[in-house]
Structure formats: structure tokens, C-alpha cells
Design a protein around this ligand. Structure first.
Ligand code: ADP
Length: 212
């Protein structure tokens, strides 16, 4: 908001015969408005999730959900020449959960995996049956996360360092939304990552006997 105010003041004081400056200032305002919209959208989503509306649980196919995500990100994957892989213990695996929120959670993780991957990288989504639940993992071979930051990335607004995400912006809210959704399902999320090698996010979602 401060940047928008500053640049709009500059704009009003700029000579109308200086089109280059006029253009530069209005583009900066435009970019900052887009960023603000992104932050407000994420904050609204987070507060909607936090107000704890009841989960609307249904049984749905994990493979179908992975396919939906591939479809959603097709363009970005092609642009960055990223390979998309999925492995399920068996193709008919289902999850009993709030599909809308689980989709949102995976969107945030896949979005990051693409953002922090190099060209020609790969993203691998897996689903595995555990003793009392399902384990989903999202693996990339991108830039990785420094060990000291790994504990804090799930905090609101936490970003590892501005410089490395400046090319892709972001709000620092994505992973706190992920954590919230997982906890609402009584699950847990963890990360294993090595700088320069990539990251694996693991989500464990308990399923009661009748659900599996
Ligand atoms: P952002 O909007 O910045 O992506 P997130 O809460 O989703 O916010 O992530 C917090 C930070 O964690 C990011 O800024 C990034 O530095 C780091 N991060 C998240 N996912 C990955 C990933 N797959 N690879 C490397 N770094 C990641």
C-alpha cells in the first residue's frame, strides 16, 4: 500500500510530457496492486479455513485428484519443461477427507514445487497406505530449503529469503494454509530438504477403519 501511495503521488506530480516516467510509475502501481490482491486472497482463504467451518468429507479417488492437478498446471509444466510423475500404491486408492481443502493444500505444494524448480526438473506425487492412514508426498528436485529455515516455513508470512523468491513473489502464506488444512484433518505435515537437491513434503492423513 505504501508503494502504491508513493508511486501514485509521483505519478500526479510527473510532467505529462514524460511518457517513459508515466509508464514506469503506472506499471509499478499495477504490479503492487496485483501483489496486494494475492495477499488479500490468501488471507481470506486462511481466515475461511481458520473459522473452522465443518469439514465436508467425502470419499474420492486420489488418482483423479492428481490428474486434476496435472491438468491445472499443464501450461506451467510445459513452459518450464517439468516432468510430472505420480505413483500410487494402487490406482484405486481413495481418501476420505474434505476434497476442496485437500485440493487447495496440494495446489499450494505443487505451486511451490514448480516455482522453486529449475527448468527440466521433475515433480513426483506419491500416495501410500500407512498403518492407520494415507501418506501423500510431493517431491521436487529444485533449489531446496536451508536446514535452519525448515522449521519456520510453515509460519505465516515466513519466506526463506526475499532474493530467491523475488522472481516469483508469493505471500509466505501458502504453507501455513497447508498446515492448517492438514491439522483440521488431524494429520501432520513435514519437510525434508537439501539445498540444491530438492524437497519432499509429506502429509499424513489418518483414516479410521470404516473410511478405508
Ligand atoms: P510463498 O508464497 O513464498 O511460496 P510459502 O508459505 O508457500 O510462501 O512458502 C514459504 C517459503 O518456503 C517460500 O518462500 C520458499 O522460500 C520456501 N519453499 C516452500 N516450498 C518450497 C520448495 N518446494 N522448494 C524450495 N523452497 C520452498
Amino acid at each position: 500500500l505504501t508503494a502504491i501511495l508513493g508511486y501514485s503521488e509521483l505519478l500526479t506530480g510527473t510532467d505529462e510530457n514524460d511518457p517513459l516516467k508515466l509508464k514506469r510509475y503506472s506499471l509499478t502501481i499495477h504490479d503492487n496492486v496485483l501483489r496486494l490482491i494475492e495477499i488479500v486472497d490468501d488471507l481470506l482463504l486462511l481466515s475461511k479455513i481458520e473459522t473452522g467451518e465443518f469439514l465436508q468429507k467425502t470419499t474420492f479417488s486420489i488418482q483423479d485428484l492428481f490428474n486434476e492437478l496435472e491438468e491445472l498446471y499443464k501450461q506451467k509444466l510445459v513452459q518450464k519443461k517439468i516432468q510430472w510423475l505420480t505413483s500410487l500404491e494402487n490406482s484405486s486408492m481413495t481418501l476420505y477427507a474434505d476434497k476442496f481443502r485437500i485440493r487447495q493444500m496440494l495446489i499450494n505444494l505443487v505451486d511451490n514445487a514448480i516455482k522453486f524448480s529449475h527448468e527440466e526438473g521433475s515433480i513426483h506425487l506419491r500416495a501410500k497406505k500407512e498403518k492407520k492412514g494415507i501418506l501423500l508426498t510431493i517431491q521436487d528436485n529444485g533449489i531446496g530449503i536451508p536446514f535452519i529455515d525448515q522449521e519456520r516455513i510453515f509460519e505465516r508470512f515466513y519466506q526463506v529469503d526475499k532474493a530467491r523468491s523475488s522472481h516469483s513473489e508469493g505471500t509466505g502464506l501458502g504453507l501455513s494454509i497447508v498446515k492448517h488444512i492438514v491439522e483440521q484433518h488431524q494429520g501432520n505435515v513435514s519437510v525434508e530438504s537439501h539445498l540444491g537437491k530438492g524437497s519432499i513434503f509429506s502429509i499424513y492423513l489418518p483414516q479410521s477403519i470404516e473410511e478405508t
